[in-house]
Design a protein around this ligand. Structure first.
Ligand code: CA
Length: 636
């Protein structure tokens, strides 16, 4: 132990991380392990010479007592057992280092916390279960039918102009019969009508920067500033002062969404923490959980520190955490923020561990090519072939559609850039031409996400002289492309009603005024909303848009044309064929096709779900209105 301490202290100074292989690791449960008869506290800290368990008087009272924890030489963890029912017991740890310095820290494995996450709380999780909370949803058996909708708890519920009662709260998301000022469904009913299969929520774990003690419209954050990874965010609770309320209410929200047939993907941000110097990772094992260069934090994430997933206990932490959320909260999927900072082996360990819970749990992430130390293979798109059943955000598709996201003026296919057609066709085919990914389902197909310019704002900047009518057409073309592409379509909340954030791209800490869903827009963007809703329904019934294997895609999709702003694809089915023609030109296009009867599925942004809905007889050619997509079905 003493040797380990010295080592940790030295490494903290030197940043020679490979030396950490000498530190003793631990493979069992950590944190406050609750049983009705007793609770055992377990802390892994290779750096402390002594640890005291601090017990407070209630959630917010003074320090009541402290217990010196015992160091278990075999398991190399500090332990302390308290007899009796400890549900609600509030605690922290006081660590003493070899040089006599002392720090007080929360438990890195805390499952509940006081307001703003400053103290850890023991919880009997059974007491937090709402009625009807017994098991996970059945396995998601059709991964190829996944349609992801990305939203933020507060954005979705906060706007004044709806009758949602629990504004900005978990519970606001499951209120039925909520409407905007024109009586149109908002919130839960709206999501149900849209038909999405998975709701991906921006961070719902405890993050640092929003003061949970009171609401203020300007005190806002997306939540990519992690504090307690295994505790729900308190500001989404109706009573942030009650550590049990946010757990129960999050479970109620998940249950309510599940009952509505919507699965929940959680955005997880293990790549960095908000304040490394004050984080329990730093306090319990200085120099261990983060990456360093010459004693300084590396900054591959661009947010000041990078966690070191390649190290045993950090990898264990990530795996333990996702398994906890999956089992305890019935989470159906995980979206890894800046996944490229993690290593390939960790992501595969996450996949394997979640497979043991439920193999249909979805994993996706931002596989950007970020700095990782030598010898650490970042979990980026480049290494996707080594990470089966882990999805990658396809920024290639995004940029082919609308241009460079960092540059508002830059253009892609929908806003008039030529020569993107071949690339766009390849992306629509789920990347089969790239000969890189293992499956089209590894590609998350999107045109807009929370940290992009919204499509609407982008189009306003890139094509400022467009009429509103033309802008809407370009916008709907983008949503159409996403919803007919092979892979997993991903829609940013409000994309379907042309959400705007007043041109602000990185709105992570902007007031509600900027970030909230403008539910009033439902009343004047019906055409686009119906298009997205109906394309979702069409996708669900059309196997030719949701092929699981590249071999099928290669065999069944033929590119007829990919030039002059035209992408013309033909799909060979068993009983019928499909023709898809995207007309990116600013005039009506006439295309010669084989004469005969065709069933129209999409024309002029109108979807026909029934096969007998609209049948046309083609003599020679079909015409496609400007900036729209045509889908025809021809029975054999
Ligand atoms: Ca918080």
């Amino acid at each position: 132990m003493v040797q380990d301490n010295n080592l940790a202290q030295q490494i903290m100074k030197l940043g020679q991380l490979s030396e950490y292989t000498l530190v003793k690791h631990y493979d069992g449960p950590l944190g406050a392990v609750y049983f009705p008869e007793y609770t055992e506290f377990r802390l892994w800290s290779p750096s402390a010479s002594q640890v005291e368990l601090l017990i407070y008087d209630g959630y917010y009272g003074k320090l009541k007592r402290s217990h010196p924890m015992l160091y278990d030489e075999i398991e190399s963890v500090f332990k302390y057992k308290i007899e009796g029912d400890c549900h609600g017991l509030t605690y922290n740890y006081r660590l003493t280092y070899l040089d006599g310095r002392q720090v007080v820290t929360v438990d890195p494995y805390a499952k509940a916390a006081t307001v703003n996450g400053y103290r850890s709380v023991v919880v009997d999780l059974i007491q937090t279960n709402p009625d009807g909370w017994d098991k996970r949803m059945p396995e998601w058996e059709t991964p190829e039918k996944t349609i992801i909708y990305e939203g933020h708890v507060r954005d979705l519920t906060i706007q004044a102009e709806t009758n949602i009662r629990h504004k900005g709260k978990f519970l606001g998301l499951i209120e039925p019969d909520r409407v905007n000022t024109d009586g149109l469904a908002v919130g839960l009913d709206y999501l149900k009508e849209l038909g999405i299969t998975h709701l991906e929520l921006l961070p719902i774990f405890d993050y640092a920067t929003v003061d949970e003690t009171h609401y203020h419209p300007n005190d806002y954050n997306w939540g990519y500033d992690p504090q307690n990874y295994n505790v729900p965010e308190g500001s989404y609770s109706t009573n942030p002062f009650d550590p049990m309320a946010c757990i129960r209410e999050l479970k109620m929200m998940i249950l309510g969404l599940h009952q509505a047939g919507i699965r929940v993907i959680m955005d997880v941000v293990y790549n960095h923490v908000y304040a490394a110097e004050n984080h329990p990772f730093h306090y319990t094992a200085p120099g261990y959980y983060f990456r360093y260069i010459q004693g300084n934090y590396t900054n591959g994430t661009g947010v000041g520190n990078d966690t070191a997933s390649e190290r045993t206990m950090m990898r264990k932490y990530i795996v333990d955490s996702v398994v906890y959320w999956a089992k305890e909260y019935h989470i159906d999927g995980f979206r890894f923020d800046l996944m490229g900072i993690h290593d390939v082996d960790t992501m595969n360990a996450v996949r394997q561990a979640l497979d043991e819970v439920d193999p249909s749990i979805i994993i996706l992430g931002e596989g950007w090519d970020l700095y990782t130390p030598e010898g650490v293979r970042g979990a980026s798109q480049k290494y996707a072939p080594m990470m089966a059943r882990i999805g990658q955000f396809n920024d290639g598709m995004r940029e082919a559609i609308k241009g460079d996201d960092f540059n508002a003026e830059s253009r892609g296919y929908i806003n008039g850039a030529w020569y993107k057609e071949p690339l766009l066709a390849s992306h629509i085919k789920g990347g089969v031409d790239f000969d890189h990914y293992l499956s089209p389902l590894q590609l998350i197909q999107y045109a807009e996400a929370h940290d992009n310019f919204t499509l609407y704002d982008k189009l306003k900047a890139s094509n400022p002289h467009d009429s509103e009518e033309i802008r809407e057409k370009r916008h709907m073309m983008a949503s159409t492309i996403i919803l007919i592409s092979q892979g997993i379509p991903f829609i940013h909340a409000g994309q379907e009603f042309m959400r705007s954030k007043n041109g602000i791209r990185d709105s992570y800490n902007q007031p509600d005024e900027i970030n909230q869903m403008d539910w009033k827009a439902l009343s004047y963007r019906l055409k686009s909303i119906h298009l997205v809703r109906d394309l979702i329904a069409l996708r669900k019934q059309e196997p030719l848009f949701t092929m699981k294997e590249y071999s099928d895609i290669a065999q069944k999709i033929r590119v007829v044309r990919k030039d002059y702003m035209i992408v013309h694809l033909e799909y060979t089915g068993t009983d019928y064929d499909l023709i898809v023609i995207i007309n990116g030109q600013s005039n009506t296009l006439n295309v010669d096709i084989e004469p005969g009867d065709y069933t129209v599925k999409l024309y002029d942004n109108q979807v026909y779900l029934q096969d007998d809905g609209k049948v046309i007889n083609v003599k020679k050619s079909v015409s496609i209105p400007m900036l729209t997509t045509l889908i025809l079905k021809k029975f054999k």
